[in-house]
Design a protein around this ligand. Structure first.
Ligand SMILES: *Cc1c(COP(=O)(O)O)cnc(C)c1O
Length: 222
């Protein structure tokens, strides 16, 4: 089997495991543009990248594929917010009120309305950024004032080394938090989606209610 065939094969296998309502974002941060083209040829349109500069190059190389939807999944620094809003329709890694407000202001200036995900940490994890639950609840009234972004959901990354049971518990707790937040009266915050689940844990995430999975190595590395 050549490489394109095996990428196609792996995407098909993942799609078969998930309901059609769950969106598969192919995380291409470790992939070449040729590998991305192989994924595109299977109908894959959502691609996720973690770095701005690498994405600038990939967008140029893939300019003939204008219907790709680009997702930012990596930590975003203040000085790159403008570029990010220009380049990505979806930002999964909004991890502070300040960043949220910056994205909103720039979106207003550029006439854009990016979809954003609020990144939450259900367990302490020094490797990852994001709100813990208490801090997020405190910031919600300010997030609700953001006028240009679409606050679409919660995003979470499980810490390494959890058992299946612990992973399930964690994913369910994110789904519970989504429901809790949606019951509050914040008109601008309507959390429709949960972005959780990666190569190692997406089956559990989907079982817990995830609607967007971010899968990289299982598609592109072998
Ligand atoms: C790299 C990355 C992924 C994909 O991880 P895999 O284990 O390769 O599927 C998903 N989400 C985020 C935030 C990432 O950084």
């Amino acid at each position: 089997m050549n490489e394109s065939n095996s990428i196609a094969h792996r995407i098909a296998a993942i799609r078969q495991e998930i309901p059609p309502t769950v969106k598969l974002v192919a995380i291409s941060k470790g992939a070449t543009v040729e590998q991305m083209r192989a994924a595109y040829a299977t109908g894959q349109r959502d691609f996720g990248e973690s770095r701005i500069q690498a994405t600038v190059e990939k967008q140029a190389a893939l300019a003939d594929l204008p219907d790709i939807c680009w997702h930012l999944i990596g930590q975003l620094q203040s000085n790159k917010v403008r570029k990010a809003v220009q380049m990505f329709e979806v930002i999964h890694s909004v991890d502070s009120l300040k960043l949220c407000q910056q994205i909103d202001r720039v979106a207003g200036e550029l006439g854009k309305s990016p979809q954003v995900f609020l990144q939450v940490k259900m367990l302490p994890d020094p490797q990852k950024s994001g709100w813990d639950v208490g801090a997020l609840l405190i910031d919600l009234p300010e997030i609700n004032h953001c006028k240009f972004i679409q606050v679409n959901g919660l995003m979470s990354i499980a810490p390494l080394g959890l058992s299946d049971q612990e992973l399930m518990h964690l994913f369910v707790s994110v789904a519970d938090l989504q429901n809790t937040i949606n019951r509050y009266d914040y008109p601008s915050i309507n959390l429709k989606h949960l972005s959780m689940g990666m190569s190692q844990d997406y089956q559990l995430a989907v079982a817990a209610g995830s609607s967007i999975i971010r899968v990289g190595s299982k598609i592109f590395t072998y």
